[in-house]
Design a protein around this ligand. Sequence first.
Ligand SMILES: *[C@@H]1O[C@H](CO)[C@@H](O)[C@H](O)[C@H]1NC(C)=O
Ligand SMILES: *[C@@H]1O[C@H](CO)[C@@H](O)[C@H](O)[C@H]1NC(C)=O
Length: 270
Amino acid sequence: MDRKLNLNRAETFSFVNPWIRYFLFFFSFLFWVFSLLIVAIGVYAKVQKATDTVRDTFLIDPAIILIVVGVVMFFITFCGCIGALRENIRLLKTFSFSLTLVFLTQLAIALLGFFYSEQTQDALGKFVKKAIVHYRDDLDLQNLMDYIQKEFKCCGWNNYTDWSWNLYFNCTRENPSTERCGVPYSCCTPVPGEAVINTMCGFGVQTQNYLEANKSIYPVGCADRAVMWIESHLLLVGSLALGLALPQIAGIVLSQMLISQIQDEITSVL
Ligand SMILES: *[C@@H]1O[C@H](CO)[C@@H](O)[C@H](O)[C@H]1NC(C)=O
Ligand SMILES: *[C@@H]1O[C@H](CO)[C@@H](O)[C@H](O)[C@H]1NC(C)=O
């Protein structure tokens, strides 16, 4: 009886921890499904988009970025998923190596963005300028600018006079547009208790000084607002970065543990 029990134990004993193995499997599977979703969204956005001003503005089409990120993620998580399930060292090593590469790339980008914050801000400024110039040509850019200005309670990049970059809001005397010297409605401060929304509240504000403009719109530029937002949400920014880094570190550590356990198992059998 005792002998049989020992034998059974010896037969079923494994160096591979099933918890690590199945955790890595489900964890990779989850992100594998998620990667399919990202690719689907990217393809949908690419097919939906008829005009190309968004692509011109972003340098690279955001839909293409989604597809590339999704495909890379698909292959990495596939290696983790099947590697853990089949205890395949080669797939697990590929998973671990690619994940390390992705992690280091993100770290490098984050550090560059931090140490070259002035250049980062310049690049963002150039992007917002293009978004302002093409505000009326592309519904996506219009929605994006409206969202940014409403959410961050700001107007333009440096300040509200930046709207002169746009043909319709340009403040030169010769401009025949009815919106000359104005700013979009998304710059307007909400008036409490106002029954009918005054969509014309931004008209002509570019001719007003800061204090006058402050009565109807957010006069502060979005660049200043963005810096203020980050400074007051450092905890959130840190948490987001950690939320992105932790699953990757966990994947690298767990796959390395599994690889060494499988190697132990192989040497014990030999
Ligand atoms: C708006 O920003 C521009 C460029 O930084 C600056 O020249 C201008 O004086 C500013 N106007 C106001 C009203 O703050
Ligand atoms: C406004 O339009 C005029 C004439 O087209 C142009 O010279 C000027 O540079 C424009 N303003 C801005 C801020 O782009």
